[in-house]
Design a protein around this ligand. Structure first.
Ligand code: NAD
Length: 296
């Protein structure tokens, strides 16, 4: 059993913290939203009256926050946690943020003698609730090993991508590819439908041919090909267009830093931005199918 401070109890952080409580860890939680704090307290967590109270004697401090600016501010901003963390604590940031922010926070904490890993997740809200998330960790070997103590109680697969920031890079590489596959699968399915093919039959053919991919197999974007996927439930998320657009923004930022050519990723980002401009930001990211299927 470990003493854990947990900051950011939203759609992802709430169920992740609840799984740590269930596993028997002593969890002290903080969020700006009192309602979500109370929900965790009902499940057995302790509430911190101020964010720095999450650090008191903590073996681990975990954060699950919206963006890099929040993570920088919590740890290294004015009166940041850097002033309160014990040198034996390990900080695990699970938010999806830019690798540069993760590296900045990691460096500042290291200067103060505190260890840090970035550990963004894949698996969404359902994975967070079921405790089956995939963690993609960046950091030193010994910190990666130590992080297992708590990550194993929130997830199923735990990968070591490299040094601090590498977790974030691997995560956005994956999501950039996912967006490209979702867009490509959508346009291929719709072209078949336009030619009178049954999308179920076409999906089955492509699943057993070289076009096979994850979106076709378990997250088909064409309504009523698969049960229990967002496309068969009016594109209710799932994984929102807004979150995919955020991740593609991070991917483009990363590509810029290394002068990497990412033409397909750039096109996918533009398509997702177009969906946001059409007011579809809160729909599931598989709703990109409608860009091809809706005809006036
Ligand atoms: P969310 O908006 O539901 O939750 C964020 C929480 O952080 C909120 O409860 C908010 O009150 C809290 N918060 C913000 N600033 C704070 C501060 N200064 N101090 C304390 N609490 C603060 O977001 P989410 O869906 O839980 O996503 C969290 C992170 O996980 C994001 O980086 C997101 O990109 C990533 N992610 C989300 C999903 C998903 O499917 N939702 C999947 C993978 C990764």
């Amino acid at each position: 059993m470990a003493k854990v401070g947990f900051i950011g109890l939203g759609n992802m952080g709430g169920p992740m913290a609840a799984n740590l409580v269930k596993a028997g860890h002593q969890v002290t939680v903080f969020d700006l939203n009192e309602e979500v704090v109370n929900q965790l307290v009902e499940q057995g967590a302790h509430s911190a009256s101020k964010v720095s109270d999450t650090c008191t004697d903590a073996d681990f401090v975990i954060s699950m926050l919206p963006a890099g600016k929040h993570v920088r501010s919590i740890y290294t901003g004015e009166d940041g946690l850097i002033n309160y963390l014990s040198k034996s604590a390990l900080v695990i940031d699970c938010s999806t943020i830019d690798a540069e922010s993760a590296q900045f926070v990691g460096k500042e904490l290291a200067n103060a003698g505190v260890s840090f890993v970035d550990a963004p997740v894949s698996g969404g809200v359902a994975g967070a609730a079921a405790g089956t998330l995939t963690f993609i960790v960046g950091g030193r070997d010994e910190d990666f090993a130590k992080a297992h103590t708590v990550l194993k109680d929130m997830g199923k697969n735990i990968y070591h991508a490299g040094d601090i920031g590498a977790g974030q890079v691997a995560k956005i590489c994956n999501n950039m590819l996912l967006s490209i596959l979702m867009a490509g699968t959508s346009e291929a399915l719709q072209m078949g439908v336009d030619h009178g093919l049954d999308p179920k039959v076409l999906s089955e053919i492509m699943l057993n041919s070289s076009g096979r991919n994850w979106t076709l197999e378990v997250y088909n974007p064409c309504p009523n090909v698969l049960d229990n996927v967002p496309s068969s439930n009016e594109y209710k998320p799932g994984f929102m267009v807004d979150l995919m657009a955020k991740d593609l923004g991070l991917a483009m930022q990363a590509a810029q830093q290394t002068n990497s050519a990412t033409p397909m990723g750039a096109l996918a980002k533009n398509l997702y931005n177009l969906m946001q401009n059409q007011g579809k930001g809160a729909e599931d990211f598989s709703a990109i199918f409608k860009l091809f299927s809706e005809k006036s």
